[in-house]
Design a protein around this ligand. Structure first.
Ligand code: NAG
Ligand code: NAG
Ligand code: NAG
Ligand code: NAG
Length: 386
Protein backbone atom coordinates (compact mmCIF):
# COMPACT_ATOMS: atom_id res chain seq x y z
CA UNK A 1 0.00 0.00 0.00
CA UNK A 2 2.68 2.47 1.08
CA UNK A 3 4.79 1.48 -1.87
CA UNK A 4 1.87 2.04 -4.24
CA UNK A 5 1.36 5.59 -2.99
CA UNK A 6 5.06 6.15 -3.32
CA UNK A 7 4.90 5.31 -7.02
CA UNK A 8 1.86 7.51 -7.50
CA UNK A 9 3.59 10.48 -5.90
CA UNK A 10 6.78 9.94 -7.87
CA UNK A 11 5.02 9.66 -11.22
CA UNK A 12 2.82 12.64 -10.45
CA UNK A 13 5.84 14.75 -9.63
CA UNK A 14 7.65 13.63 -12.76
CA UNK A 15 4.64 14.60 -14.86
CA UNK A 16 4.12 17.94 -13.18
CA UNK A 17 7.80 18.81 -13.18
CA UNK A 18 7.91 18.04 -16.88
CA UNK A 19 4.91 20.18 -17.63
CA UNK A 20 6.23 23.09 -15.55
CA UNK A 21 9.69 22.95 -17.08
CA UNK A 22 8.42 22.78 -20.60
CA UNK A 23 5.60 25.22 -19.88
CA UNK A 24 3.29 22.75 -21.58
CA UNK A 25 0.67 22.31 -18.91
CA UNK A 26 -2.44 24.49 -18.88
CA UNK A 27 -1.91 27.80 -17.09
CA UNK A 28 -4.20 27.04 -14.15
CA UNK A 29 -2.32 23.79 -13.43
CA UNK A 30 0.98 25.64 -13.50
CA UNK A 31 -0.30 28.28 -11.15
CA UNK A 32 -1.49 25.68 -8.68
CA UNK A 33 1.81 23.85 -8.80
CA UNK A 34 3.89 26.98 -8.41
CA UNK A 35 1.71 28.20 -5.61
CA UNK A 36 1.93 24.91 -3.74
CA UNK A 37 5.70 25.03 -4.10
CA UNK A 38 5.74 28.49 -2.61
CA UNK A 39 3.60 27.32 0.29
CA UNK A 40 5.80 24.34 0.94
CA UNK A 41 8.78 26.68 1.17
CA UNK A 42 6.89 28.88 3.57
CA UNK A 43 6.23 26.12 6.06
CA UNK A 44 9.89 25.25 6.50
CA UNK A 45 10.22 25.72 10.21
CA UNK A 46 13.70 25.33 11.47
CA UNK A 47 14.43 27.51 14.43
CA UNK A 48 17.52 28.53 16.31
CA UNK A 49 18.37 30.42 19.43
CA UNK A 50 20.51 33.56 19.44
CA UNK A 51 21.10 35.00 22.87
CA UNK A 52 17.78 34.68 24.59
CA UNK A 53 15.67 35.05 21.50
CA UNK A 54 14.34 32.14 19.49
CA UNK A 55 14.17 32.82 15.76
CA UNK A 56 12.34 30.81 13.17
CA UNK A 57 13.96 30.64 9.78
CA UNK A 58 12.02 32.82 7.37
CA UNK A 59 10.25 31.74 4.25
CA UNK A 60 12.65 31.33 1.36
CA UNK A 61 10.09 32.17 -1.28
CA UNK A 62 10.62 35.69 -2.52
CA UNK A 63 8.18 36.61 -5.27
CA UNK A 64 9.62 39.82 -6.63
CA UNK A 65 6.71 42.03 -5.77
CA UNK A 66 5.95 41.15 -2.22
CA UNK A 67 6.33 44.04 0.24
CA UNK A 68 9.81 44.34 1.72
CA UNK A 69 10.09 44.23 5.47
CA UNK A 70 12.28 46.76 7.18
CA UNK A 71 13.16 46.02 10.78
CA UNK A 72 14.39 48.92 12.90
CA UNK A 73 17.14 47.38 15.04
CA UNK A 74 16.95 49.88 17.88
CA UNK A 75 15.78 50.18 21.43
CA UNK A 76 13.27 52.75 20.27
CA UNK A 77 9.77 51.57 19.70
CA UNK A 78 8.92 54.64 17.71
CA UNK A 79 9.82 55.42 14.16
CA UNK A 80 11.54 58.75 14.55
CA UNK A 81 11.48 59.59 10.91
CA UNK A 82 7.91 60.44 10.25
CA UNK A 83 4.84 58.73 11.46
CA UNK A 84 4.97 55.43 9.61
CA UNK A 85 3.38 52.45 11.17
CA UNK A 86 3.33 49.05 9.54
CA UNK A 87 2.70 48.73 5.84
CA UNK A 88 2.89 51.63 3.52
CA UNK A 89 2.81 52.13 -0.21
CA UNK A 90 5.40 54.55 -1.48
CA UNK A 91 5.51 56.46 -4.74
CA UNK A 92 2.47 54.55 -5.84
CA UNK A 93 4.29 51.27 -6.44
CA UNK A 94 6.62 50.23 -3.63
CA UNK A 95 5.27 48.48 -0.59
CA UNK A 96 7.17 48.17 2.65
CA UNK A 97 6.31 46.93 6.07
CA UNK A 98 8.05 48.87 8.82
CA UNK A 99 8.67 46.81 11.92
CA UNK A 100 9.72 48.55 15.11
CA UNK A 101 10.09 45.40 17.17
CA UNK A 102 13.55 43.80 17.37
CA UNK A 103 12.17 40.39 18.21
CA UNK A 104 10.74 40.33 14.67
CA UNK A 105 14.29 40.45 13.34
CA UNK A 106 13.98 37.20 11.44
CA UNK A 107 11.23 38.69 9.25
CA UNK A 108 13.37 41.53 7.96
CA UNK A 109 14.69 41.91 4.43
CA UNK A 110 16.49 45.07 5.49
CA UNK A 111 17.80 45.61 9.00
CA UNK A 112 18.09 49.29 9.81
CA UNK A 113 20.82 49.16 12.45
CA UNK A 114 20.63 52.12 14.82
CA UNK A 115 24.38 52.13 15.38
CA UNK A 116 24.33 55.11 17.73
CA UNK A 117 22.20 53.29 20.31
CA UNK A 118 23.62 49.78 19.90
CA UNK A 119 25.53 50.08 23.14
CA UNK A 120 22.27 50.47 25.05
CA UNK A 121 20.79 47.14 24.06
CA UNK A 122 23.42 44.53 23.54
CA UNK A 123 24.77 45.19 20.09
CA UNK A 124 24.28 43.75 16.64
CA UNK A 125 22.06 40.74 15.92
CA UNK A 126 23.98 37.54 16.66
CA UNK A 127 22.78 35.66 13.64
CA UNK A 128 22.56 36.73 10.07
CA UNK A 129 20.25 35.40 7.42
CA UNK A 130 21.96 35.28 4.04
CA UNK A 131 19.34 37.33 2.23
CA UNK A 132 19.21 40.13 4.78
CA UNK A 133 20.80 43.48 4.10
CA UNK A 134 22.11 45.41 7.04
CA UNK A 135 22.12 49.19 6.84
CA UNK A 136 24.64 51.24 8.79
CA UNK A 137 22.28 53.91 10.02
CA UNK A 138 23.82 56.91 11.74
CA UNK A 139 22.89 60.54 11.87
CA UNK A 140 25.13 61.66 14.71
CA UNK A 141 28.65 62.78 13.79
CA UNK A 142 31.69 60.46 13.90
CA UNK A 143 33.05 62.60 16.73
CA UNK A 144 29.98 61.81 18.82
CA UNK A 145 29.75 58.11 18.03
CA UNK A 146 29.94 56.34 21.36
CA UNK A 147 29.29 52.82 20.11
CA UNK A 148 32.68 51.22 19.52
CA UNK A 149 32.32 48.74 16.67
CA UNK A 150 34.83 45.93 16.53
CA UNK A 151 36.62 45.48 13.19
CA UNK A 152 34.60 42.38 12.30
CA UNK A 153 31.40 44.28 13.09
CA UNK A 154 32.49 47.11 10.81
CA UNK A 155 32.51 44.57 7.97
CA UNK A 156 28.90 43.52 8.47
CA UNK A 157 27.08 46.21 6.55
CA UNK A 158 25.69 46.21 3.03
CA UNK A 159 24.86 49.86 2.69
CA UNK A 160 25.13 53.14 4.55
CA UNK A 161 22.51 55.68 5.58
CA UNK A 162 24.01 58.80 7.12
CA UNK A 163 23.76 62.56 6.70
CA UNK A 164 26.74 62.44 4.31
CA UNK A 165 25.88 62.92 0.65
CA UNK A 166 28.30 60.10 -0.20
CA UNK A 167 26.16 57.57 1.70
CA UNK A 168 24.46 54.86 -0.33
CA UNK A 169 21.21 56.40 0.84
CA UNK A 170 21.81 59.94 2.12
CA UNK A 171 19.71 61.02 5.06
CA UNK A 172 20.21 64.74 5.50
CA UNK A 173 18.53 66.52 8.41
CA UNK A 174 16.87 68.86 6.00
CA UNK A 175 16.70 70.00 2.43
CA UNK A 176 16.29 73.12 0.37
CA UNK A 177 14.78 73.32 -3.05
CA UNK A 178 14.10 76.00 -5.62
CA UNK A 179 10.46 77.05 -5.85
CA UNK A 180 8.81 76.40 -9.18
CA UNK A 181 7.26 79.23 -11.18
CA UNK A 182 3.71 79.73 -9.99
CA UNK A 183 4.24 78.18 -6.55
CA UNK A 184 3.12 80.41 -3.71
CA UNK A 185 5.73 82.70 -2.19
CA UNK A 186 5.58 84.14 1.32
CA UNK A 187 4.62 87.83 1.49
CA UNK A 188 7.47 90.33 1.44
CA UNK A 189 7.24 92.15 4.75
CA UNK A 190 9.34 93.70 7.48
CA UNK A 191 10.36 90.69 9.52
CA UNK A 192 11.93 92.83 12.20
CA UNK A 193 8.53 94.29 13.01
CA UNK A 194 7.55 94.17 16.70
CA UNK A 195 10.54 92.02 17.69
CA UNK A 196 11.72 92.94 21.15
CA UNK A 197 14.91 90.92 21.54
CA UNK A 198 18.06 90.22 19.60
CA UNK A 199 19.22 86.62 19.84
CA UNK A 200 18.18 83.33 21.38
CA UNK A 201 19.48 79.79 21.67
CA UNK A 202 17.77 76.60 22.85
CA UNK A 203 20.28 74.14 24.18
CA UNK A 204 20.00 71.10 26.42
CA UNK A 205 23.36 69.36 26.16
CA UNK A 206 25.84 71.47 28.09
CA UNK A 207 28.92 69.30 27.35
CA UNK A 208 31.33 71.62 25.62
CA UNK A 209 34.29 69.38 24.89
CA UNK A 210 33.67 68.74 21.17
CA UNK A 211 32.44 72.20 20.21
CA UNK A 212 33.36 74.90 22.71
CA UNK A 213 30.01 76.41 21.72
CA UNK A 214 29.08 77.40 25.26
CA UNK A 215 32.32 79.26 25.80
CA UNK A 216 31.83 80.96 22.44
CA UNK A 217 28.28 81.99 23.36
CA UNK A 218 29.49 83.42 26.67
CA UNK A 219 32.00 85.48 24.78
CA UNK A 220 29.20 86.71 22.49
CA UNK A 221 27.05 87.61 25.48
CA UNK A 222 29.67 90.13 26.56
CA UNK A 223 28.78 92.25 23.52
CA UNK A 224 25.23 91.46 22.47
CA UNK A 225 22.04 90.31 24.16
CA UNK A 226 21.72 86.52 23.80
CA UNK A 227 19.06 84.64 25.76
CA UNK A 228 20.01 81.03 26.44
CA UNK A 229 17.05 78.73 27.02
CA UNK A 230 17.21 75.32 28.65
CA UNK A 231 19.50 73.55 31.07
CA UNK A 232 22.61 75.48 30.08
CA UNK A 233 21.02 78.91 30.37
CA UNK A 234 18.76 81.03 32.49
CA UNK A 235 15.63 81.19 30.27
CA UNK A 236 13.02 78.55 29.77
CA UNK A 237 10.10 77.91 27.48
CA UNK A 238 8.00 75.10 28.80
CA UNK A 239 4.74 75.62 26.95
CA UNK A 240 4.12 72.49 24.96
CA UNK A 241 0.99 73.35 22.95
CA UNK A 242 1.68 72.94 19.26
CA UNK A 243 5.05 74.36 18.43
CA UNK A 244 4.65 77.31 20.80
CA UNK A 245 8.31 77.86 21.70
CA UNK A 246 9.40 78.12 18.08
CA UNK A 247 6.40 79.53 16.30
CA UNK A 248 4.88 81.83 18.88
CA UNK A 249 7.77 82.77 21.08
CA UNK A 250 11.05 82.45 19.18
CA UNK A 251 10.23 83.83 15.75
CA UNK A 252 7.96 86.61 16.98
CA UNK A 253 10.33 87.89 19.58
CA UNK A 254 13.89 87.31 18.35
CA UNK A 255 15.89 88.27 15.27
CA UNK A 256 18.65 85.66 15.43
CA UNK A 257 18.93 82.05 16.46
CA UNK A 258 22.16 80.26 17.35
CA UNK A 259 22.32 77.08 15.23
CA UNK A 260 25.39 75.75 17.00
CA UNK A 261 26.41 72.13 16.35
CA UNK A 262 27.87 69.82 19.00
CA UNK A 263 30.89 68.89 16.83
CA UNK A 264 32.55 70.09 13.66
CA UNK A 265 32.37 67.53 10.90
CA UNK A 266 32.05 67.79 7.17
CA UNK A 267 28.38 68.07 6.09
CA UNK A 268 27.17 67.74 9.67
CA UNK A 269 24.37 70.32 9.54
CA UNK A 270 21.48 69.27 11.72
CA UNK A 271 17.95 70.11 12.79
CA UNK A 272 19.51 72.94 14.78
CA UNK A 273 19.58 74.70 11.46
CA UNK A 274 16.81 73.05 9.43
CA UNK A 275 14.38 73.31 12.34
CA UNK A 276 14.50 77.11 12.27
CA UNK A 277 15.42 78.17 8.75
CA UNK A 278 11.81 78.18 7.59
CA UNK A 279 10.86 80.54 10.45
CA UNK A 280 11.11 84.32 10.51
CA UNK A 281 14.51 84.27 12.16
CA UNK A 282 18.09 84.36 10.89
CA UNK A 283 20.29 81.41 11.88
CA UNK A 284 23.81 82.12 13.09
CA UNK A 285 25.72 78.95 12.27
CA UNK A 286 28.64 77.32 14.01
CA UNK A 287 29.61 73.99 12.54
CA UNK A 288 32.00 72.09 10.29
CA UNK A 289 29.85 71.86 7.18
CA UNK A 290 30.04 74.03 4.09
CA UNK A 291 26.72 75.80 4.60
CA UNK A 292 26.90 77.61 1.25
CA UNK A 293 26.82 74.27 -0.53
CA UNK A 294 23.46 73.34 1.01
CA UNK A 295 21.62 76.57 1.74
CA UNK A 296 20.39 79.47 -0.37
CA UNK A 297 22.62 82.55 -0.63
CA UNK A 298 22.35 85.06 2.19
CA UNK A 299 20.17 82.83 4.36
CA UNK A 300 22.50 82.45 7.37
CA UNK A 301 25.40 84.09 9.19
CA UNK A 302 28.52 81.93 9.60
CA UNK A 303 30.70 82.65 12.62
CA UNK A 304 33.72 81.65 10.55
CA UNK A 305 33.32 84.86 8.56
CA UNK A 306 34.22 86.90 11.64
CA UNK A 307 37.57 87.34 13.27
CA UNK A 308 36.13 87.13 16.77
CA UNK A 309 32.94 86.74 18.79
CA UNK A 310 33.10 90.47 19.40
CA UNK A 311 33.15 91.25 15.69
CA UNK A 312 30.18 88.93 15.10
CA UNK A 313 28.31 90.58 17.98
CA UNK A 314 28.87 94.02 16.47
CA UNK A 315 27.54 92.79 13.13
CA UNK A 316 24.37 91.39 14.78
CA UNK A 317 23.87 94.73 16.51
CA UNK A 318 24.25 96.53 13.21
CA UNK A 319 21.53 94.36 11.64
CA UNK A 320 19.40 94.81 14.73
CA UNK A 321 19.47 98.55 14.16
CA UNK A 322 18.86 98.43 10.41
CA UNK A 323 15.68 96.69 9.27
CA UNK A 324 16.63 96.87 5.58
CA UNK A 325 19.91 95.02 6.13
CA UNK A 326 18.12 92.53 8.37
CA UNK A 327 15.38 91.84 5.82
CA UNK A 328 17.95 91.08 3.12
CA UNK A 329 18.43 87.77 4.95
CA UNK A 330 14.90 86.75 3.92
CA UNK A 331 15.04 87.65 0.22
CA UNK A 332 15.89 84.00 -0.61
CA UNK A 333 12.42 82.94 0.50
CA UNK A 334 11.10 84.25 -2.83
CA UNK A 335 13.15 81.59 -4.65
CA UNK A 336 13.70 78.67 -2.27
CA UNK A 337 12.04 76.61 0.39
CA UNK A 338 13.94 74.79 3.15
CA UNK A 339 12.77 72.43 5.83
CA UNK A 340 13.45 69.32 7.87
CA UNK A 341 13.58 65.98 6.13
CA UNK A 342 11.59 63.44 8.09
CA UNK A 343 8.40 62.25 6.52
CA UNK A 344 9.99 61.32 3.20
CA UNK A 345 12.68 59.16 4.73
CA UNK A 346 10.67 55.99 5.19
CA UNK A 347 9.55 56.10 1.58
CA UNK A 348 13.05 56.88 0.32
CA UNK A 349 14.29 53.86 2.25
CA UNK A 350 11.46 51.70 0.91
CA UNK A 351 12.21 52.76 -2.66
CA UNK A 352 15.95 52.18 -2.15
CA UNK A 353 15.30 48.69 -0.79
CA UNK A 354 13.11 47.80 -3.75
CA UNK A 355 15.36 49.31 -6.37
CA UNK A 356 18.40 47.48 -4.95
CA UNK A 357 16.70 44.26 -3.94
CA UNK A 358 18.80 42.11 -6.25
CA UNK A 359 22.01 44.09 -5.81
CA UNK A 360 24.81 42.49 -3.83
CA UNK A 361 27.11 44.75 -1.91
CA UNK A 362 29.33 44.48 1.11
CA UNK A 363 31.15 47.36 2.74
CA UNK A 364 34.59 45.97 3.59
CA UNK A 365 34.90 48.26 6.54
CA UNK A 366 32.64 51.11 7.46
CA UNK A 367 35.62 52.88 9.07
CA UNK A 368 36.92 54.03 5.68
CA UNK A 369 33.69 55.93 5.27
CA UNK A 370 32.82 56.70 8.85
CA UNK A 371 35.85 58.40 10.28
CA UNK A 372 36.86 61.26 12.52
CA UNK A 373 39.01 62.47 9.61
CA UNK A 374 35.80 64.29 8.61
CA UNK A 375 36.00 66.36 11.76
CA UNK A 376 37.92 69.42 12.90
CA UNK A 377 39.22 69.82 16.41
CA UNK A 378 37.92 72.61 18.62
CA UNK A 379 41.29 74.40 18.58
CA UNK A 380 41.58 74.31 14.77
CA UNK A 381 37.98 75.38 14.31
CA UNK A 382 38.24 78.59 16.32
CA UNK A 383 41.70 79.53 15.13
CA UNK A 384 41.27 83.12 14.02
CA UNK A 385 37.57 83.33 14.98
CA UNK A 386 37.53 83.55 18.76
C1 NAG B 1 7.75 26.75 14.38
O1 NAG B 1 8.39 26.20 15.52
C2 NAG B 1 8.16 26.90 16.71
C3 NAG B 1 9.05 26.29 17.82
O2 NAG B 1 9.14 24.90 17.74
C4 NAG B 1 6.67 26.83 17.04
O3 NAG B 1 6.40 27.53 18.24
C5 NAG B 1 5.90 27.46 15.90
O4 NAG B 1 4.51 27.37 16.13
C6 NAG B 1 6.24 26.80 14.56
N1 NAG B 1 5.63 27.55 13.47
C7 NAG B 1 4.98 26.93 12.48
C8 NAG B 1 4.45 27.85 11.41
O5 NAG B 1 4.84 25.72 12.43
C1 NAG C 1 3.47 93.01 19.14
O1 NAG C 1 3.98 92.28 20.26
C2 NAG C 1 3.14 92.31 21.39
C3 NAG C 1 3.85 91.62 22.54
O2 NAG C 1 4.99 90.97 22.16
C4 NAG C 1 1.82 91.65 21.06
O3 NAG C 1 0.97 91.68 22.17
C5 NAG C 1 1.20 92.36 19.89
O4 NAG C 1 0.01 91.69 19.49
C6 NAG C 1 2.14 92.43 18.72
N1 NAG C 1 1.55 93.25 17.66
C7 NAG C 1 1.35 92.79 16.44
C8 NAG C 1 0.70 93.73 15.47
O5 NAG C 1 1.65 91.65 16.08
C1 NAG D 1 31.53 75.55 -0.32
O1 NAG D 1 30.48 75.42 -1.25
C2 NAG D 1 30.49 76.42 -2.24
C3 NAG D 1 29.21 76.28 -3.06
O2 NAG D 1 29.05 74.96 -3.52
C4 NAG D 1 31.76 76.30 -3.06
O3 NAG D 1 31.79 77.31 -4.04
C5 NAG D 1 32.95 76.44 -2.13
O4 NAG D 1 34.14 76.22 -2.84
C6 NAG D 1 32.88 75.45 -1.00
N1 NAG D 1 33.91 75.74 -0.03
C7 NAG D 1 34.74 74.81 0.44
C8 NAG D 1 35.72 75.26 1.44
O5 NAG D 1 34.68 73.65 0.07
C1 NAG E 1 25.80 41.73 2.90
O1 NAG E 1 27.03 41.76 3.58
C2 NAG E 1 27.44 40.52 4.10
C3 NAG E 1 28.72 40.65 4.92
O2 NAG E 1 29.12 41.92 5.13
C4 NAG E 1 27.65 39.54 2.97
O3 NAG E 1 28.03 38.28 3.50
C5 NAG E 1 26.36 39.41 2.19
O4 NAG E 1 26.56 38.58 1.06
C6 NAG E 1 25.87 40.76 1.73
N1 NAG E 1 24.56 40.63 1.13
C7 NAG E 1 24.25 41.16 -0.04
C8 NAG E 1 22.87 40.89 -0.53
O5 NAG E 1 25.03 41.80 -0.69
Amino acid sequence: MVLKWFYVVISLSVITTFCVLTLLCPTHVRTIILRSREISMNVVNTSFVAGRVRYALPAVADPTNRPLRIVYWSNRDIWEFGTVRHTRTCRGKYQCEFILDRSQYFRGDVILVDVHRLRFFGGLPRFRFPHQKWAFFMIESPRRMFTKLKPYEAAMFNFSITYKTTSDLPHPYGKCRRLLPGEPRPPVKNRAFNKTDVAAWFISNCADKDSGRIRYSQELQRYVSLHIYGRCGTYSCTKTEGNYCYEEMLQKRYKFYMSFENSFCDEYITEKLYGVISLDIVPVVLGGGNYSAFLPPHSFIDIRNFASAKELALYLKKLDENDDLYNEYFAWKQDYECGVYLEQFSCDLCAYAHEHRTQKQTIDTIFDFWTEDDCTSVQDFYRGHF
